[in-house]
Design a protein around this ligand. Structure first.
Ligand code: SF4
Length: 494
């Protein structure tokens, strides 16, 4: 092993377990790795918030080398603080080629320590055990006497009542036995990684399920760009193992599929449509869907937030709380839809006002058209379980909800540009020629993150807050007017 090799931190170790090519890039061509996007950054930020919150469970704990990144300085401070016998946050140690910072190091008795890894997930994952195995290897190698290791994760059954109780919010699982099973692999894996890093060029690793497991790889665009547009991964509900094995054999274009590859009816429609360069239209299917619709139509869409630390009473970690709706009401097939919207103001629970306005505006008859209805149905059910005065009303509403996703999931209409997707983002441009381009907020994840940022975040100017709220209004409105346009177009086809 080259003695000049850099340390392998726990995050790099996990990268190396996922893919040696990605590891190589991290050390040799970091500039070529795209920066994390806003969605990924929001996930990291959430993890940080959860980590900070967990520290409340260890009063008297000491922050080690806060804000210091230089390895040697952090290690030096950590070594000094060991003798204090207090919980240590972010202490760091190195051993051989490994370097790791521990979320919480908790003293046990006179000489031992527990390792506590805090995660914002709701269960223990295999990757967490590898993470802890690397930590155990590093800290014990550095001379610490270890007792047990724990994974502290979010309890998604916790319901907030008043201030969040960290004792109930977290579940601390003893994972020592599983981690020790992985421990024997650590040294060999580190040696392998060190030799990969030292190579002149990156290892030739074919694409595979590891490209998105356990994390979406940032090099996906680069590694996957050899695939033609209509490749096996774009086939609707095509098994990914089959797609990978076809690509491995060099079958990368769905138009070159032989008869030995069995396809279902929808996949066959998709391939025929690519071949003919024309949309597939099942008039009878479309008619049967349209016949279900009862005017006036209420096109409804929610945007939601679901932070790890529940913001409101009677809500759980990660529970999706609707903070916004857009509603287009269309009295007759040719009438211009009327628009009504709600975007919660302030930091109070948005559900009561949202339910009040929906009850006021959804009328008593007519279909409520949503896209992927289970989402809106579930949010209404959950909200009315808390605000029970709307329970009876919700029962009537549920029966009126129609799913505009259904005709596309059934392939009554399919356009080759949908690339195997029946989502509204794929269907709208395919069917109307206009999509979400030019929108500053163009997906639900961004809407959620931006709403949280400008409503609960710090250092947001009033001008910025107003601007984001306007973008949120525009985005949610487009989702419901898009549905109205799609139904109108379907009517022309049937
Ligand atoms: S996209 Fe896949 S093969 Fe390429 S570096 Fe990432 S994980 Fe490795």
């Amino acid at each position: 092993m080259p003695k000049s090799s850099p340390f392998i931190s726990k995050s790099k170790y996990l990268t190396g377990l996922q893919c040696h090519k990605l590891l190589w890039y991290n050390y040799n061509a970091k500039d070529e790795i795209p920066e994390v996007n806003a969605g990924q950054q929001a996930i990291f930020d959430q993890g940080h918030i959860v980590g900070e919150f967990a520290k409340q469970l260890f009063p008297g704990g000491i922050e080690v080398a806060k804000g210091i990144i230089a390895f040697d300085k952090v290690i030096e401070q950590s070594q000094k603080l060991i003798s204090e016998r207090k919980p240590l946050f972010e202490a760091a140690f190195k051993y051989e080629y490994a370097y790791a910072r521990v979320d919480i190091l908790n003293p046990v008795g006179k000489t031992k320590w527990d390792i506590i890894e805090v995660k914002s997930s709701t269960q223990v994952k295999d990757i967490n055990l590898h993470d802890l195995a690397l930590q155990w290897y590093t800290y014990s190698g550095a001379g610490l006497s270890l007792n047990k290791c724990y994974l502290m994760h979010i309890n998604n059954q916790y319901v907030r009542k008043g201030e969040i109780d960290p004792k109930k919010l977290f579940i601390q699982e003893d994972v020592t036995a599983q981690v020790l099973e992985y421990l024997s692999q650590v040294e060999d894996k580190l040696e392998e990684m060190v030799s990969v890093i030292a190579k002149r060029s990156y290892p030739r690793i074919p694409i595979g399920p590891h490209c998105s497991d356990p994390y979406d790889c940032p090099l996906t665009d680069m590694c996957w760009d050899f695939l033609p547009k209509h490749n096996p991964f774009t086939l609707y509900r095509f098994k990914s193992e089959t797609a990978f094995s076809l690509v491995k054999k060099g079958v990368t274009d769905v138009l070159s599929f032989g008869d030995e590859i069995s396809l279902n009816e929808k996949q066959q429609i998709q391939i025929n449509s690519i071949r003919s360069k024309k949309p597939h239209i099942d008039k009878n299917g479309i008619k049967s869907f349209l016949n279900e619709l009862i005017y006036p139509l209420y096109y409804l869409d929610f945007e939601t937030i679901g932070p790890a630390l529940p913001l409101f009473d009677d809500s759980r970690p990660y529970e999706q709380i609707p903070f916004q709706f857009s509603l287009h009401i269309q009295q007759t097939p040719d009438a211009k839809p009327e628009h009504i919207s709600f975007l919660a103001e302030g930091m109070d629970d948005p559900r009561p006002e949202l339910l009040r306005l929906l009850k006021k505006n959804l009328g008593t008859k007519g279909s409520i058209v949503t896209y992927n209805a289970s989402f809106e149905k579930d949010k209404l059910n959950k909200a009315t379980e808390v605000f029970t005065e709307y329970k009876k009303w919700n029962k009537g509403i549920q029966e009126r909800i129609v799913d505009l996703l259904d005709p596309f999931r059934a392939f009554y209409y399919y356009h080759p540009s949908q690339m195997g997707s029946a989502s509204i983002k794929a269907v709208l441009p395919a069917i109307t020629g206009k999509g979400y381009e030019g929108m500053e907020i163009a997906d639900g994840g961004t809407a959620s993150n931006e709403y949280l940022r400008v409503t609960f975040g710090e250092n947001v100017t009033e001008a910025e807050r107003k601007n984001v709220r306007k973008q949120l209004e525009d985005y949610c409105e487009l989702d419901t007017i898009a549905m109205a346009r799609i139904v109108w177009k379907l009517g022309k086809m049937a």
